[in-house]
Design a protein around this ligand. Structure first.
Ligand SMILES: [Zn+2]
Length: 100
């Protein structure tokens, strides 16, 4: 075991112990609710991380919200195609009646 060569004086001992300080934890503001949160940690106020929900139920709800607009965009196209087909059928019927 290493042994100190010289005795540490009261002054050196005091100045060493004076540098022992508590460090302030790194904090940021939650992008969702604005509460003060520890960095790289889920917000304890609203349960989100980087503005995204963390609980499985919340994730499913968010996914459902995200999926709805995609369905809305796909539905009108299908309806338009059906309308066009119906119009084509009508025109064919009319042309057949005229020829006869
Ligand atoms: Zn929050």
């Amino acid at each position: 075991m290493a042994v100190p060569k010289k005795r540490t004086g009261h002054s050196a001992q005091g100045s060493r112990r004076a540098n022992w300080k508590a460090t302030k934890p790194e904090t940021t503001k939650c992008p969702n609710c604005g509460a003060t949160v520890l960095t790289h940690t889920v917000c304890t106020e609203c349960g989100t991380y980087k503005g995204q929900p963390v609980k499985l139920a919340d994730k499913a709800a968010a996914a459902a919200v995200v999926e709805k607009p995609a369905k809305k965009t796909s539905k009108p196209k299908a309806e338009k195609v059906e309308e066009v087909k119906a119009e084509e059928v009508k025109t064919e019927e009319v042309s057949e009646e005229k020829s006869e």
